[in-house]
Design a binder for this molecule. Structure first.
Ligand SMILES: *[C@@H]1O[C@H](CO)[C@@H](O)[C@H](O)[C@H]1NC(C)=O
Ligand SMILES: *[C@@H]1O[C@H](CO)[C@@H](O)[C@H](O)[C@H]1NC(C)=O
Length: 332
């Protein structure tokens, strides 16, 4: 039986008049890829037990879309535990107090998001709670340096990975639309669909008949159909900065200048993450590793692009032109 009670999900069952409660104070956990996450799950008996019982804790995982079977993450009986598949060696129970069956995942990998179910098994019956894990991140549209609508699914996936990102899921694009992402060019998503988010319906963007929302072309042919991409980047482990330099640089010089400074020329995903999570605001256009020129704005102001915060792009200019450069350094 599930009770939703003051934000706490409670499950309980009756077992020789002793009730087992399984609950989670936090059913949505957001974390940063590459760091760690703790998914809370606690169980207790009512009335309290006089002698400890043998309880089995089992965690399952399922993609957020709800498609596909639940997969085993780990199982623990007493101090013995076992983890499975991709989770092997990366998960443990927190066990910070009696009844603490919280799952610690360290480090988080890019495909760890989804629904986690904590099941406590005692005797013949069991109770569980579900905790959703999502990544804090930012979605950005990306197109090939050769032009628009030129990438098939596989090329789009690779293009995002080259920018230190992944193809976005529908949930991630939807959340970005909800936060105001408006983009008129359809891009591939992880599930093989092509979609685009519209906040302000307009003629030039699918017409004014349709309501605002994420518009879909549906599932497309992964080899034959060509679109742009929506990439998702979750975090940066390093620092992105605009290189202070005496003069402007062509692309070759920009790559070398970052190396001389002990870093590397930044990737598009790293610039977006720095803009979104560190508040990088720089009204100077700079080269990036893919040969594009962009700059990040938090506080819109005169002569600095449009009225909304965002990462502005000058596309892919000829590489002999002179600009600034954004570099990236790993922080340990
Ligand atoms: C887990 O992440 C937190 C910050 O979210 C950090 O303080 C802690 O050191 C990390 N623990 C491990 C074992 O990496
Ligand atoms: C950039 O300038 C250097 C000279 O400083 C030159 O050798 C190089 O070919 C130029 N690169 C491009 C892409 O124009």
């Amino acid at each position: 039986i599930n009770y939703f009670f003051q934000g706490i999900v409670r499950c309980q069952f009756y077992f020789h008049k002793i009730r087992l409660h399984v609950e989670s104070p936090e059913t949505l956990v957001s974390a940063v890829q590459g760091s760690n996450a703790t998914l809370p799950c606690h169980y207790r008996y009512e009335p309290a037990l006089s002698a400890p019982r043998k309880t089995r804790v089992k965690w399952f995982w399922q993609p957020v879309s709800g498609e596909g079977q639940e997969r085993d993450v780990m199982v623990a009986i007493g101090t013995r535990h076992r983890s499975y598949g991709d989770f092997k060696g990366r998960v443990r129970l927190r066990r910070s107090a009696p009844g603490d069956a919280s799952l610690v995942i360290n480090p988080l990998q890019s495909d760890d998001t989804g629904r986690y179910r904590c099941e406590i098994i005692d005797g013949l019956e069991d109770e569980s709670v579900t905790v959703q894990l999502k990544f804090r991140g930012v979605v950005f549209p990306y197109h090939s340096s050769r032009g628009r609508y030129l990438m098939n699914f596989h090329e789009a996936k690779e293009a995002c990975e080259k920018q230190d990102a992944h193809l976005a899921t529908f949930e991630q694009l939807y959340a970005s639309w909800d936060e105001g992402l408006d983009w008129c060019n359809a891009g591939w998503l992880m599930d093989g669909t092509a979609q685009y988010p519209v906040v302000e319906p307009r003629e030039a963007c699918g017409g004014t008949e349709l309501a605002p929302g994420v518009r879909s072309y549906g599932v497309r042919d992964k080899s034959l159909d060509r679109f742009d991409a929506f990439c998702f980047t979750s975090s940066i482990r390093g620092e992105v900065y605009f290189l202070q330099h005496h003069f402007k640089l062509n692309f070759t010089e920009a790559v070398e200048a970052c190396q001389s400074d002990g870093g590397r020329i930044a990737k598009v995903g790293q610039l977006y993450a720095a803009w979104r999570f560190v508040g990088l605001d720089q009204c100077d256009a700079g080269w990036l590793a893919d040969g594009s020129v962009r700059y990040p704005i938090i506080q819109p102001r005169m002569n600095c692009g449009t009225s909304e915060p965002g990462v502005r792009s000058f596309g892919f200019p000829p590489k002999h032109l002179k600009h600034g450069v954004f570099c990236y350094k790993v922080r340990w």
